[in-house]
Structure formats: C-alpha cells, structure tokens
Design a binder for this molecule. Structure first.
Ligand SMILES: Nc1ncnc2c1ncn2[C@@H]1O[C@H](COP(=O)(O)OP(=O)(O)O)[C@@H](O)[C@H]1O
Ligand SMILES: [Mg+2]
Length: 412
C-alpha cells in the first residue's frame, strides 16, 4: 500500500484499548502522523473488558479500537455487551493475534468495521481508521442540526450557541457552530471571539470550498468547539442562490462530527435548503400567537418536504415573562401536535449576563435548569440515549439485519 493514498482522518475521537506494548507503541507513533492531526487518538491499557467498564455510563467516541490476545471467543461475548453501550455511529475496530477467517466473519457479522492482525504497522493502522471515513459508501462523519426561530428575537441563536457548546463540552464531541446570520450574527460576540475568517469566503466562493478551506475558516472557541463566524457587517449584501451553502455543508459533514447551524429568521431559497438538508431541525418559539402560527407553518412545511426524516423539534423559549399573556405550553404543544424537546423560562438576568460577558450558560450557572435543558437537547439531537441499557447500537442493529434473526429481534 502506498502511504500517499491514505486520506487524513476527520475531527474524530478514537480510543484504543490495548493488551500489548507493541500496539501502544504503534498508536503512539500514529498519533504524531500528519494524517492524524485533526483526530483525537488516545490509548489505554486493557482489552475489551476495560472498554466495557469505560463505557458502561460514559459516551462512546467515534471509534473504539480493541486489541485482544485471546483466540477471540471470549471477545465475542464482551463485544456484544459493549455494543449495548455504544452510541449511534460509534465504529469498532478489532486488533487480534490470530489470523482466523471464522473469527473475522463473526466480527463482520457483528458490524465491526475492521479486523487487523497483529503485529500492526503504523501506516496500516492509520489506513484502517482512515478508510472507515473515506470509503465512499460510508455514512458522513457529521450530524447537522439547524436551529431557526419562529420569530426574530425569540432566542434561537442563544439556544444554538449553547447547544453547540454543550455537545462539545458535555458529550465531548468535536463541534462547529456556523453563524448563517451574515449581516447581524452574534456568535462571535457570544463566544467572545473576533476571528478574521468565517463563513463569508465560503458563501461568496462556494466553488472553491473543500475540507482544507474549511479548516482555514474555522476558529477555535473551546476545547472541542469551533466557530464559523458571520462577518456581521453591512458592507455587502447577502442575496444567495439556493445551493450556495451546499459545498460548505457537505465539507463540514465530511470532517466534523457535530454541526450546528444558527439559521436566521428568514424564509429564502437558501435558508429553506439548509433546513431541509439538515439531519435535525429545531424550531424555537416563544409562547405567543404569532410564534404559534409561524412554528406550525414551519413544522408542517418542513415535515412535508422531508417525509423520511425526523420531524422538526419544537423548543419553547422565554416562557413566563411577567405580566405577558401567554399560550400555555400544553396548549401550544397540542396545537402543533408535538411535545417540546425543551422549554426555557424567561430569565433576563441569566441570559443578559451571558450576553454581556460573552459567556455560555454553563459557564455562569452550570447547575441551572436551562443548562440541564441544553444537555437534554444535546443528547436527543446527537442520538444519545439516557438509559444506556436500552441503547440499540449500530452493531446490534447490523447484527440483527445481517444474521436475519428477525424472529428473535427485540421490540425496540
Ligand atoms: N430564555 C430567555 N430569557 C431571557 N432572555 C432571553 C432568553 N433567551 C434569549 N434571550 C435574549 O433574547 C435576545 C435575543 O436572543 P437571540 O438568541 O439573538 O434570538 P434570535 O436568534 O431568535 O433572534 C438576546 O438578548 C438573548 O439574551
Ligand atoms: Mg439569531
């Protein structure tokens, strides 16, 4: 195999559980390879049992690599257990010490992405990881979430920014927040950043957008958080064609696991296109009549436009403003025929302080109801489930499908 054909890894987290020092040494060396520059590669001692222990109640990374020195039969039982703890989208690679076709088949049947026979070499290891993501039939790495307000000023951007910050901080998933409110966006202010680059170049030169350009347009604003800021300037006008943001969206999905779009309160070809093409849509509404009408129109129209995708999620915002007549949450939900994913109380002090300081809610009041709601939203929108036991992983789903055990499949 030629080294130059190995594609660089996207911004993914990879955890290796090793049983031999040879594998530790290879992982260590691989972590310094240029193709791994964006990936977060970690290694710890202990094989599959350590992995089961580690993920019983912790989120799983994008890839789990498990070394086993045993003949593999003990491994299968443990892998089944691990599958029960794996989050949606987590891939498993096994490094074994036996070249056993039977075992290989068993592992593939379980949805394991790759089986490598030790001793492994650095490039072979990187290539195996790289191919998980560069394979043209592979699902894109990134999950995209578009947030839009049913009216202006309802808190959609605030929610989008805090959601992205929570996905990065609490779920430990590399995340990018894309500010699509080009003339007036506040993501830079909210994260206390003034990056020189941002979405502007991608918006005005979409033909040139690729993964390398994306890297240049992102700025770091937290341990796993990146910002693609809006110019927030009125020097230009922003009339875009419907497909303008498709290249940037596709390039982001190829390289970052979580993408949150802060979509301005507008209904144009390009905003509609971004909403329709996202994995998840969040409609933020305050509890009044105009919001109700607009939220209903948005949810109905977008549901119709994407019949095979999740319905847009409703989030209530600025609930309980003193002296304001409001539509009660249950009535609001009933009129839209959808349970709110989260509800945020009106709290001028908390949100105002966050605005003024350029801070996130978790930095001001980490134990607040609002922050709890951001965490719930983050888990639901990223396909994380509360009760780990009830999780149905890629592995178990694949296993059921491939082995045709429909008679035995659990009602999940
Ligand atoms: N739950 C809330 N309680 C009080 N103020 C809020 C709340 N959510 C947002 N805000 C404030 O409302 C204003 C508008 O928020 P923003 O997120 O920019 O709205 P949008 O993006 O929908 O136009 C900001 O000043 C923000 O701090
Ligand atoms: Mg906004």
């Amino acid at each position: 195999m030629s080294e130059s054909t190995v594609a660089p890894l996207p911004h993914v987290a990879i955890q290796v559980f090793s049983e031999t020092s040879q594998v530790v040494a290879v992982v260590e060396e691989a972590s310094h390879d240029r193709r791994m520059a964006k990936a977060n590669l970690r290694v710890q001692a202990g094989g599959v049992a350590a992995a089961v222990e580690a993920y019983r109640d912790a989120p799983t990374p994008n890839v789990i690599v498990i070394e086993t020195v045993s003949d593999g039969h003990g491994l299968l039982g443990h892998l089944d257990e691990l599958a029960g703890y794996c989050d949606e989208g987590t891939r498993v690679v096994v490094i074994g010490h036996v070249n056993d076709v039977q075992l290989y088949r068993e592992l593939m049947r379980r949805g394991v992405s790759e089986y490598l026979v030790a001793p492994i070499d650095v490039i072979g290891f990187i290539q195996a990881l790289s191919e998980i993501f560069s394979n043209p039939t592979a699902k894109p790495v990134g999950r995209s979430i578009a947030v839009i307000g049913a009216k202006g000023g309802v808190g959609a951007s605030t929610i989008a920014h805090n959601l992205a910050h929570t996905i990065a901080g609490d779920l430990e998933v590399e995340t990018v927040i894309v500010d699509l409110d080009l003339p007036f966006g506040t993501a830079g202010l909210d994260f206390n950043q003034d990056p020189p680059q941002g979405i502007m170049e991608a918006a005005f030169d979409p033909a040139r957008v690729d993964v390398n350009m994306i890297e240049r347009l992102l700025s770091r604003c937290g341990p796993q958080l990146n910002l693609m800021a809006a110019p927030s300037s009125l020097e230009r006008i922003y009339d875009f064609s419907i497909e303008t943001f498709e290249p940037v969206t596709d390039a982001l999905r190829a390289t970052v696991p979580a993408i949150v779009f802060d979509v301005p309160h507008m209904w144009t070809g390009w905003t509609r296109n971004i909403l329709i093409r996202s994995d998840e849509i969040v409609v933020v509404a305050a509890p009044d009549l105009a919001n109700l009408r607009n939220a209903k129109n948005l949810i109905d129209t977008l549901t119709l436009a994407r019949p095979n995708d999740p319905r847009p999620r409703l989030v209530l915002s600025q609930v309980g403003l003193p002296k304001r007549p409001e539509i009660a949450s249950p009535e609001f939900a009933k009129a839209l025929d959808c349970e709110p994913l989260a509800s945020f109380a009106f709290d001028a002090n908390l949100f105002g302080t966050a605005n003024n300081n350029g801070q996130m809610i978790s930095e001001i009041q980490p134990k607040s109801k609002a922050q709890e709601a951001f965490l719930e939203m983050a888990k639901a929108l990223m396909g994380r489930q509360e009760a780990k036991q009830s999780k149905k992983s890629l592995i178990s789903t694949l296993r059921e499908k491939l082995s045709g055990k429909t008679g035995k499949s659990k009602a999940a």
